[in-house]
Structures are given as structure tokens and as C-alpha cells.
Design a protein around this ligand. Structure first.
Ligand code: SF4
Length: 284
């Protein structure tokens, strides 16, 4: 018998497919259909809370488009017309497709033909009647939005009513170095946010936790709020800010030193963000 799909079972192998995997998502409140562009576990960042197994630096491998189309066709048909929910013992209140999320074991926008892949998913989900009722989400660190194929992909995402969940874990260069192991400078971050927001609705996703004295210190929070204020002053439209804590065990060497933010801390930060005029969501 297949494993039950629960909010804690996030195995990407559960459906036995290369690119497509189901998740009952506590954040989404139902079935999230994930599409993994990075079956090689490669990312251009190395976040210290990352839960990708055997994470390595690199890009998404060449996409097998015929296989992606085949997996989507079979999987969507199974969910919509087959006994998928029964086979995986999904609770009745969660038998709804909340979204299709491009969420890889790495950075999905590093796929060479990123725009083509987004279009394929958009077309197939629309034909199956899933869009526009369900959301189309791209979960990304936003570091490659200066590339032409990524920008073309964001336009496709917007065309299908989608949105980008743009990772922003720190407003300082030192914070991004410590948390994400990236050397992304301030100007580059601002430029990338501006480009992304100009092409597609954007939500910021921010993981709040502690590790040592500096990560999410009071100073870091201040810098984060200053950045949000600046984005607002510059007219860079952010649809929502999503604050969350570490949901699953990090598979990085720093795992033991990470300490989750509690609900009180997340709510206090959310209140400060709200005071700046932003819509904000909290998930623990
Ligand atoms: S950007 Fe995502 S996949 Fe890449 S290292 Fe960070 S958490 Fe992992």
C-alpha cells in the first residue's frame, strides 16, 4: 500500500516520478503539485536550513520535455479522474488541488529552457481545467532574474495567473552570506526585486530562525524593515510577505545550530511589517 500523504511527508519520490511530486501542504491547505526542475539536487545557493539531500552547487540539468509532459498528463489525470486521493489516504477536506508549484531540489530558474517549461505546465494545467482555479507558483531565490529566459518564463507565469515566491532571508549582505552562502550585493538584490516585480506578481518568502548572534538579530530585523520601506517608497509592488520558520530538519552541516523562531517572534515581526502597509502571512 502506498504511504499516506500527510503534511509531514514531503518525499519527492512518493509518486515514483522524476519531475512531478505531490505534497499535502500545510501552507496551501490541500494538495500542492510540485514540479522539480532540479532532480540533480543542484542549486546556485547553499542555504544553511536547506533540506535538499546531498545538495551540491550547480544548475538544473537539461529537461526531458517529453517525460515532463508525460508525467504531468498521467499525474493530473490520476488526481482529477483516478483514485489518487484514495490510494494515498488523503483526508477529505484536503482533496483539492491548491496549486502547482515549481519548486525544485535546487534553484528552478537555472534550467536552460526555463520559459519553455513554464509554458508547458501552464498549457497542460489550463487544458486540464486546473488553472485558473488553482494557483501557479514559482518558488525561487530570485538570483537569476536578470537572464532572458528567466524573464520570459516570468512573463509566462504571469500569463497563467501565477506568482513568484521570492526568497529574502536577510536585507544585509552579511546576512545573505551567512544564511544563503551567496555574495549577492544590495544593489543586485534591489535590481532583481524590481525586475521580478515588473514581470510577475511577487510574494516575499522569508525564513526566520536563529543561529549565532547575528542571524535575525535586532539589527537584522531593522535592516529588513528598512528594506521593505524602501521597496514601498520605490514603488516595487510586493503582493504579500510570507514569514515562516524551519519546517523540516536542515540537511546542511549547520543543522544542529539552527534554532526556530517561535510564533510570538514571528507575529511581532509580522506586526511591524503590517505597519509598513504590507499584507503579511505567518506559518510555523
Ligand atoms: S535556494 Fe532553496 S534549494 Fe537552494 S540552497 Fe536555498 S533552500 Fe536549498
Amino acid at each position: 500500500m502506498p504511504e499516506a500523504l500527510t503534511t509531514t511527508n514531503h518525499s519527492r519520490d512518493i509518486a515514483g516520478l522524476k519531475y512531478v511530486y505531490p505534497v499535502i501542504s500545510r501552507r496551501a491547505g490541500g494538495l500542492s503539485i510540485g514540479v522539480n526542475f532540479n532532480p540533480n539536487n543542484a542549486c546556485n545557493w547553499r542555504c544553511i536550513y536547506c533540506q535538499v539531500p546531498n545538495l551540491k552547487r550547480g544548475n538544473a540539468p537539461e529537461m526531458d520535455f517529453a517525460l515532463l509532459a508525460d508525467e504531468l498528463r498521467v499525474f493530473l489525470n490520476d488526481v482529477l479522474h483516478g483514485d489518487f486521493f484514495d490510494r494515498f489516504n488523503v483526508a477529505s477536506e484536503q482533496r483539492v488541488i491548491k496549486d502547482i508549484a515549481i519548486s525544485g531540489n535546487g534553484e528552478p530558474t537555472s534550467l536552460k529552457d526555463f520559459d519553455k517549461a513554464v509554458r508547458l505546465i501552464g498549457e497542460m494545467a489550463t487544458e486540464a481545467g486546473i488553472f485558473p482555479a488553482s494557483r501557479f507558483v514559482l518558488i525561487s531565490n530570485g538570483s537569476l532574474v536578470h537572464q532572458a529566459s528567466v524573464q520570459a518564463g516570468l512573463k509566462e507565469l504571469a500569463r497563467y495567473g501565477g506568482e513568484i515566491w521570492f526568497k529574502l532571508d536577510s536585507a544585509t549582505e552579511a546576512g545573505r552570506k551567512s544564511i544563503n552562502n551567496t555574495g549577492q550585493g544590495r544593489q543586485k538584490l534591489l535590481t532583481h526585486l524590481k525586475i521580478a516585480a515588473g514581470l510577475c506578481p511577487i510574494k516575499l518568502q522569508t525564513c526566520v530562525f536563529h543561529c549565532g548572534r547575528d542571524i535575525w538579530s535586532d539589527q537584522e530585523k531593522k535592516a529588513y524593515l528598512n528594506l521593505l520601506e524602501r521597496l514601498s517608497n520605490e514603488g516595487i509592488g510586493i503582493r504579500r510577505v510570507l514569514l515562516y520558520s524551519i519546517a523540516r530538519q536542515s540537511l546542511q552541516p549547520e543543522a544542529e545550530s539552527l534554532e526556530n523562531a517561535d510564533l510570538e517572534e514571528l507575529n511581532a515581526l509580522a506586526a511591524d511589517i503590517k505597519a509598513l502597509g504590507y499584507d503579511v502571512g505567518v506559518s510555523v
